[in-house]
Design a protein around this ligand. Structure first.
Ligand SMILES: [Zn+2]
Length: 434
């Protein structure tokens, strides 16, 4: 599709759903030329609005503010803000059903369960629109606009209905989706042919998946540069230096790192000068930093309302740097340490299958799970089942997994009541002993 048509349809959808995307993009683009003090003022004004909104519409938060003696009238809300408790996913599981008086339009969203537990939460339209606007704004640093052709090396829905919705979305948004779950050499060559016809402007991809794609093309003497991709946006996991170099070499493109989540959208994004900047829609703190400044990342999404991600500890570790950047934007610079490192399941037939397949497949069956690859032919999965999980569901689940991992993989499903966390406190849903 021509990018102008996709841009037109996308803008029309925003208009019909009353989301002022272009106004928000304009607002966010002005933040790039603010001074550090002006940016802080912009952010604290947002914090103030968020707290006042919750005080008005949310009974649970009203009580929290009263108990903490938060001064809602005081203008220096930044000091009041740090009285608020640090939260996490479990905290919002409890508070998510808190009663709202407001009838703001809300959509439900869900993480794919990459930490082993799908997290379902409401996202009001304004917050969602800010997330999109921030994305387009950050992408524009690298010359990417609404409607530009995207090659998406990513997860693919498992069930038919979700697949259909995904296909329509991809068509409208001018994306070509290539399943990161099926990446043997034959698949990669097919993807190459598809992309030669599609001619994407940029990649949006899991870092590992694009690296694997690059290696496959090189091995099979395909010229990645002929695809004409100018930017590869890598996200979802740590982007290692050797991966970055290989991707840049094979595709002849610039490699850009994105750090974000389904909950909060983009948290930090790499600029033209290679620094990871914290987005103006996010206030980021580091909790209990060690002597090197590394600590737990705590995020406040400044425009969230229906589920206020305030001082939200997302499980990642990083540090704020005091460097200045040549791009002159006033945004903080961050270094992420051991973000979500994903892995591959090794199949008996020699294939490597991206472990996110487990999260996508088990989503409908389990509240939480953890999988262990004990040998090349044996995968043991502990799961806390959803309501309605029975023998039939178990058979269905095994069949779906066999489709991706091959019939030779023995899959053992074990129902449990609890799944312990790693010693580090982080949760990994896939552990390989190979
Ligand atoms: Zn910069």
């Amino acid at each position: 599709m021509n990018y102008k048509i996709s841009k037109f349809i996308t803008n029309l959808i925003y208009k019909c759903t009353q989301q002022p995307i272009n106004i928000l993009i304009a607002e966010l683009s002005t933040t790039g030329s603010l001074s550090r003090d002006q940016l802080w003022k912009y952010k604290t004004t947002k914090m103030y609005e968020q707290i006042r909104y919750l005080n008005r519409y949310n009974k649970v938060y009203k009580d929290i503010f009263t108990n903490l003696d938060i001064d809602l009238q005081k203008k220096n809300i930044d000091t009041e803000f740090y009285k608020l408790p640090i939260t996490n996913k479990e905290y919002y599981h409890v508070n998510v059903h808190a009663s709202y008086d407001d009838k703001t339009k809300t959509d439900m969203r869900s993480t794919s369960g990459t930490t082993g537990t799908p997290f379902v939460f409401p996202k009001d339209r304004v917050a969602a629109c800010y997330m999109d606007a921030m994305m387009y704004n950050a992408y524009s640093w690298h010359g990417i606009g609404i409607g530009d052709k995207q090659a998406r090396l990513w997860g693919r829905a498992i069930n038919t209905k979700e697949k259909l919705i995904q296909s329509v979305k991809d068509l409208v948004l001018n994306r070509k989706r290539l399943s990161a779950f099926e990446m043997n050499e034959n698949d990669c060559l097919k993807y190459y042919d598809k992309l030669m016809r599609f001619k994407p402007k940029y990649f949006y991809t899991y870092s590992n998946a694009l690296y694997q794609f690059a290696v496959s093309l090189e091995k099979n003497n395909r010229d990645g540069k002929l695809l004409g991709v100018s930017i590869a946006i890598c996200t979802g996991e740590v982007l290692f230096t050797h991966q970055r170099e290989k991707i840049a070499e094979v595709f002849g493109c610039r490699v850009v790192n994105e750090y974000g989540s389904t909950e909060n959208g983009i948290i930090a994004f790499e600029c033209e000068h290679g620094k990871m900047h914290v987005m103006p829609t996010i206030h980021l703190e580091i909790e209990n930093p060690d002597e090197n400044g590394m600590g737990q990342i705590v995020v406040t999404e400044l425009n969230s309302r229906m589920l206020p991600f305030m001082r939200y500890k997302n499980g990642d570790i990083g540090k704020l740097l005091i460097d200045k950047c040549a791009c002159k934007r006033p945004f903080d610079i961050i270094e992420i340490h051991e973000g979500r490192i994903d892995d591959y399941i090794r199949c008996p037939d020699g294939r490597l299958v991206y472990d996110a397949i487990l999260a996508y497949t088990l989503k409908g069956y389990a509240i939480q799970f953890k999988a262990y690859q004990e040998s090349l032919t044996r995968l043991r999965i502990q799961l806390i089942p959803n309501e309605g999980y029975d023998k039939k569901a178990e058979t269905r689940l095994k069949k779906t997994l066999a489709r991706y991992l091959g019939d030779e993989m023995e899959i053992y499903l074990l129902q449990v009541k609890e799944i312990p966390h790693e010693k580090s406190g982080k949760f990994r849903y896939f552990v390989s002993n190979l």
